[in-house]
Design a protein around this ligand. Structure first.
Ligand code: SAM
Length: 232
C-alpha cells in the first residue's frame, strides 16, 4: 500500500487493518492451496460484502475489491509456477443500493467468475453452497464480516462450511463483544460464535478483555475457523 491508499482509510483505521489482514492472508492461502492441490478451484465467499464506506469510485478500499485483486495475483502467480488454478467469487449484500454498487464493482473483474446475491448471508447459504460445490477440486475461503455479531448462525451456515474443504475468517468487534457478552438479550448471537465459556467471569479490566478475546479466537480448534477480533 502507498500513502495514498492509507489516506483512503482516514477515520476508519480498523478497516485498514482488516483489509491488510485479508490482503496478506488470502493471497498466502490461495498460493499454498494452489501449489499443493494442482488444478484447484479456489472459491472466495464474502458474506457481508458492501461496498461499505468506500471512498473512491472503484471501491478499492472494500473487501470485494481487495479479495478479487488478490485472487487475480494468485491465479497469475500459480500459472507462472506451472500450477494453474481457477479463482471464483460469491458475494452477498442485503442492502439494495450497496448491492447495485457491488455489481458495478464486479464488472471490473470480468476475468474472474463471480456471482452476487442480494439478501442476507444466511438466506444465501444454499446458493453459495451450490456455487462452491459446482467447481472441480474445490476449496472455499469464507469471509464473514458483519456490522455487529449477528447474521451468521453457525447452524444455518454449516451447509456452506461443510460443502468443500476450506477456511473461514470471521471479523468481529472486540468492543461490542466486551460490552454485550454478559447481557441476556445479546448472548444468543455470541453463543453462536461459540463463546460458551464463562472463563472471563470474575476478571476485570485487561485481564477480562484478554480472556474474552482468547476464548473467542480459539473456538473450534482444528476446524479451519479463524476468528480475528478487532478493536474498533
Ligand atoms: C462491516 S460492512 C462489511 C464491509 C466489507 N466486508 C468490507 O470489508 O469492505 C457489513 C456489510 O454487510 C451488510 N449486511 C448487514 N447485515 C447483513 C446480512 N445479514 N447479510 C448480508 N449482508 C449484510 C451491510 O449492508 C454492510 O454493507
Amino acid at each position: 500500500m502507498d500513502d495514498r491508499d492509507f489516506r483512503d482509510y482516514e477515520g476508519r483505521e480498523p478497516a485498514c487493518v482488516k483489509h491488510h489482514v485479508l490482503r496478506q492472508y488470502l493471497l498466502e492461502v490461495a498460493l499454498k492451496v494452489g501449489m499443493s492441490s494442482p488444478g484447484v478451484t479456489f472459491n472466495y465467499v464474502d458474506g457481508f460484502s458492501g461496498p461499505w464506506m468506500s471512498t473512491g469510485e472503484v471501491h478499492a478500499d472494500t473487501s470485494p475489491h481487495v479479495a478479487l485483486t488478490q485472487l487475480r495475483k494468485a491465479r497469475d502467480e500459480l500459472a507462472t509456477r506451472g500450477r494453474p488454478g481457477v479463482m471464483r467469487g460469491f458475494f452477498v449484500e442485503k442492502n439494495k443500493s450497496r448491492f447495485d454498487r457491488l455489481q458495478e464493482l464486479l464488472r471490473g473483474f470480468k476475468d474472474i467468475e463471480t456471482e452476487a446475491y442480494e439478501g442476507t448471508f444466511e438466506d444465501a447459504i444454499p446458493r453459495a453452497a451450490r456455487f462452491v460445490r459446482q467447481a472441480k477440486n474445490p476449496f472455499s475461503f469464507v469471509f464473514i464480516d458483519p456490522t455487529g455479531w449477528q447474521g451468521y448462525d453457525l447452524e444455518r451456515i454449516a451447509p456452506l462450511l461443510s460443502a468443500t474443504r476450506g477456511e473461514v475468517l470471521i471479523n468481529f468487534m472486540t468492543d461490542w463483544v466486551k460490552r454485550f457478552i454478559d447481557s441476556e438479550g445479546s448472548r444468543y448471537g455470541l453463543e453462536r460464535l461459540a463463546v460458551e465459556s464463562d472463563a472471563w467471569k470474575g476478571l476485570s479490566g485487561l485481564q477480562r478483555e484478554d480472556k474474552i478475546v482468547e476464548t473467542s479466537a480459539c473456538f473450534s480448534p482444528g476446524s479451519g475457523v479463524t476468528a480475528t477480533p478487532q478493536a474498533r
